[in-house]
Design a protein around this ligand. Structure first.
Ligand SMILES: [Zn+2]
Length: 238
């Protein structure tokens, strides 16, 4: 005899993308993990208030291979041990401390230390999920409201500005080989391969650990533009 639950389990076994696994916690932050096929590629939307990026990745992962992490909350900053932090600053102790001090003015030193110790303890587990197997890459999707490629030019090793009238849409990559491919696109791209200054972000972590990382920034609300750039890159970058 078959009932609804059996059918769902059966269907989920064949179509895992239709029935994403429950949330996972990375450094105390809840993410929805969505995987399809067996590609080593990793994808992430880390800021909860960047709904366009989340929608693009959610849709893209429906029929493309890889493992995606989509932050569950709807705020940019998250709570770790009762303190606010930008989740894209928690990948080093020095970056996390700066973010926590900035977002929690006057925080007591013992609470700060407890949160930093917690992040240190959890970081290895988070990185085992996020860092791609050797040779593969992590692709982070972001949205902005004011920030643009102009803010990154001075800190970049190389740039290709093909869309000067669309400065809020740009790729940032850490691998010179990936830059060589991306600079042939009709889009803006910057290369940042240095690990310093360490701000605790995924891009600096990637530079430090030596894995390939690509970040795509697009204006909030520009779903079509962001999806077009994801598809361009995914079709051309190994
Ligand atoms: Zn972001």
């Amino acid at each position: 005899m078959n009932n609804g639950i059996d059918r769902r389990v059966f269907v989920a076994g064949w179509f895992p993308a239709l029935f994403p696994k429950p949330e996972v916690e990375l450094s105390g932050v809840a993410f929805r993990r969505k995987s399809f096929g067996h590609s080593p590629r990793r994808f992430i939307v880390i800021h909860g208030d960047e709904g366009t990026a989340r929608d693009v990745l959610d849709t893209y992962m429906f029929d493309h291979e890889g493992v995606a992490y989509l932050v569950s909350g709807s705020e940019r900053n998250v709570d770790v041990q009762g303190l606010k932090i930008d989740p894209n600053r928690m990948f080093s102790r020095v970056g996390a401390e700066k973010s926590i001090r900035g977002l929690n003015p006057g925080v007591a030193e013992d609470r700060l230390r407890a949160a930093l110790d917690f992040l240190d303890k959890e970081r290895g587990k988070a990185l085992r999920q996020l860092v791609p197997p050797k040779g593969s890459r992590l692709f982070a999707l972001h949205n902005n409201r004011e920030y643009s490629v102009q803010d990154e030019i001075a800190a970049s090793d190389a740039t290709s500005i093909q869309e000067p009238d669309r400065p809020r849409s740009f790729f940032l990559c850490t691998s010179p080989a990936d830059f060589e491919v991306l600079k042939k696109s009709p889009f803006n791209v910057v290369l940042q391969s240095k690990a310093e200054p360490d701000d605790g972000s995924l891009s600096r972590l990637a530079a430090r650990m030596g894995f390939r990382y690509i970040n795509l920034e697009c204006a909030i609300g520009d779903y079509e533009g962001q999806m077009a750039r994801v598809r361009w890159m995914e079709d051309r970058l190994g």
